[in-house]
Design a protein around this ligand. Structure first.
Ligand code: ZN
Length: 299
């Protein structure tokens, strides 16, 4: 099997659940899929086996070909828990990794400010990843703030809007991010684009859905006559499983880094420190992060 086969709308975790090239999935793959991709079911497999599977170095059926040390990946990196976990996953898996972030006039810039801190901490604490972490690209999209009146870019109270979506939803945001990431990937010769979109524990944002991602992969590949692989490794993980994935990738050191340095809080609160990190503790993003942490610790 090669990476092009995975490109056909298949995600890594779905691939693990289904086996390689039509072959039955191995027990290990099914177990990991159940834990990391099967709606949060926590089947126990040894950490060493999990790590090997996540790295693509395990599996009796040649699944290691799903990635390559020579492959290059561009990670959508916001400075939050999910995108930092995705960055660690990419650093573990690919030989060269660059990051892209977007300044769209978000109300709280703290997440953007944390990006450099997180990248530096990864370099300092994970020598194996140091030489793989390349440039950071921060792209300004003032147009998003110009056309948006949501709670993410303006100082209004977070609430549920008329269509049942929270007003933290920025229409078109991820679509724009992915288009720009693909444009950069095109220029710099990247094949893999990695994003932390997730529809397991999410606020109902339609641009985080798996179908939206598949459609965007098709759109950018057609529109740029390319063969990008849009990877969303967290798509079917709940927040507890995302914490577990971080532990699998980088041990307690990575978990500690994510707790201390990543930012999720919609209100931009950094002064209050909880066991799960900094934040107000009551906005939807804090509640989701805290609940995931509680279930991760309990497991
Ligand atoms: Zn908060």
């Amino acid at each position: 099997m090669n990476t092009d086969e995975i490109a056909d709308g298949t995600r890594l975790l779905a691939h693990m659940g289904q086996g390689c090239a039509g072959a039955p999935a191995s027990t290990e793959h099914r177990a990991l899929f159940a834990e990391f991709g099967g709606g949060g079911l926590a089947l126990h497999i040894p950490t060493s086996a999990r790590a090997a599977i996540v790295r693509g170095t395990a599996g009796p059926d040649g699944c290691r070909a799903m990635t390559g040390a020579a492959a290059r990946a561009l990670v959508l990196f916001s400075g939050g828990q999910d995108s930092t976990t995705c960055l660690a996953l990419a650093l573990d898996r690919y030989g060269w990794v660059e990051t892209i972030g977007f300044d769209y006039g978000q109300r709280h810039r703290i997440e953007l400010d944390q990006r450099a801190t997180i990248r530096e901490s990864l370099r300092q604490n994970f020598p194996a990843w140091r030489e793989r972490l390349g440039e950071d690209h921060l792209i300004r999209i003032e147009a998003l703030a110009q056309i948006s009146t949501t709670a993410m870019t303006h100082d209004v109270e977070i609430a549920t809007g008329a269509r049942g979506l929270p007003n933290t939803f920025v229409p078109g945001r991820n679509l724009m991010f992915l288009s720009l990431a693909a444009a950069l990937a095109y220029r710099r010769g990247f094949k893999h684009i990695v994003g932390g979109m997730c529809e397991t524990d999410f606020s109902g944002y339609p641009d985080c859905r798996d179908d939206t991602m598949k459609a965007m992969q098709l759109a950018v590949n057609l529109g740029m006559d390319s063969r990008f692989i849009l990877e969303t490794p967290l798509m079917w993980l709940d927040k507890a499983a995302t914490w577990r994935l971080a532990e699998t990738l980088g041990g307690t050191a990575l978990v500690a880094l994510i707790v201390e340095s990543t930012h999720s809080c919609y209100l931009g609160e950094r002064a209050i420190r909880h066991d799960w990190g900094h934040g107000c503790g009551s906005c939807p993003a804090c509640r989701l992060r805290a609940e995931g942490w509680r279930r991760y610790i309990a497991s």
